[in-house]
Design a protein around this ligand. Sequence first.
Ligand SMILES: [Zn+2]
Ligand SMILES: [Zn+2]
Length: 621
Amino acid sequence: MNAYPRRLAVALAVIAILSGIAAAQEPPLRSITYRLSMSRPVSHLFEVAIIVELPDQLKDKPLQFQMAKWSPGRYGVFDFAKNVQEVRALAGNRSIRPVTRVDDQTWSVAPLGATTITISYKVFGNDLSGTFSQLDSRHANYNGASIFMYIVGHKADPVKLSIQAPAGWRIVNGRTERPGQTEWVFPNWDVLIDTPTEIAPDWTQDTFEVGGKRYHVVVHSFGPEGGKRAALVRDVERVVRAQISMWGPPEFEEYTFLFHFAADDHSGDGMEHLTSTQIIEPGALAEPGVYEDALGTVSHEFFHVWNVKRLRPQELGPWDFTRPLNTRSLWVAEGFTTYYGHLMLRRAGLWDDKKFLNRQAATVKRIESAQGSRLMNAEESSLSAPFIDDAPHAQLTNLQNTSISYYPKGELIGMVMDLLVRGRTKGKASLDDVMRDMYEEFYLKSPNDTYYLRGRGYQTEDLERIVSRRSGFDFGDFFKRHVRDVEVLPYDEAFGYAGLRLVKTQAKEPFDAGLSIQFDDSGEGFIQNVRNNSPAEDAGLQNNDEIVSLGGKAVTKDSWLKTLARFKPGDSVPVTVRRDRRTIKANIVLGQPERFDYKIEERPDATAEQKALRSAWLSGR
Ligand SMILES: [Zn+2]
Ligand SMILES: [Zn+2]
């Protein structure tokens, strides 16, 4: 290990301890109670009241109530305060009018000598997702950060929650202990918002046990299930068993999979929590592909029970909700989870070897075809999460050309690292061991670093140290080239250990000239993106140009790549576009082939030892 990252890690740890002390200076409030009601579901307005009992020494000091700017697990900044309305406050029984708004996310309430203050507001929510909330005629489904204000300086204090549901609607979340429960106590606000909650008259619940722990599969379907629910529960259990056989028993006693099968075209999400996950599928369970997609999300989100929710980057909790999160580690937190999410489907017997390897080859294609892969490294990608994780963009950006997602990027780093550890140790160690070592060192055996949760967070240098220690091989150079720089991963060495090889072949339609074309409902094609330094850019084409013809032919969704495929490198392809109500003719001079397919296949000379290593990798045994 070189000295720089160690010093950096120590410095960051000191800052974390100091900020923990600063936050703890104010005496805790006597109690904080959240009351949630929903008297008019079709208005999409949640009604929230926060009742605060103050210690005597705080009864003259204004309290600041704040809506988070973003929510853990999704790093785009959404400014939840924009949906807050009708903020009211009481000091004791005295109405405070108007309530002072301090800034875009903060309201201030002076107790005026009273020992109880109440703030109430309505908050609009009509978006079923892992981040936002929805209240409508069918249900209430909320993610706490989008509806609950926290009290500045008191995020660490315990909070109570009381929910008043419409008649006949039942409440369930990952901390439900008994049927009919309407009240909860949480150790702090961060755990309150880690507990997404479903309230509806018609959800179903199935339960299974693994190793003495209870797992609940809660399903709210808006469309037909096609009789598939029992099979879903059985396959969720297979995924749970496969993951526990890698990690060992989880820390919780009960865990809830909270599914929505939304039967629309726009909902779709998965979000990890300490004792639950929200999984939202856009289709109905009966529809083709929806079942498989749901299980893929199950495998990803359940892996987060360990990787992210407990074994976590240092910056992941407690959080500062006044500014976007900056961590260099999402390629581990999300990327490794994506890798293991797929691998666990294989280990659970839901996928065969071929399906897993094809899926990994598709990820290689995605990464190796993206211009951003050569411009943005894995740590920068993590730091760019607020820009690229489902973030709304009010201004146009070039991110399509310059960025790369830490999900597939981290997935490939994880896979290659796993194979390198297995190969270099002749099968004696694996990334599974490294992840368990990390979990033990940072979660199970570390003293609590903050109020939020057991253990402490890691830095990428810690992973570098632990993978080097476990494999007996210095991974410093690997991190330098493939994590902190953008060099192509050593696929040949990695796959070679498993008797496999990555085969890159020219695609049947080898050219795209650097164009992405979007076709509207009437079939007209508009340039959505021009790759930088591409033949299309050389030809003077721009975003939003309407493509009238290419190579003398009309342009359709299914034909334009075939049209280009009739040419060869160096050929000039005539193109006509419409821009600013003018017709422009240009020529695209094709360069070398740009589109490739990737396949992971068995090496003809694979040895018995390599095959055994592959089998151990894929089966987890
Ligand atoms: Zn629901
Ligand atoms: Zn994830």
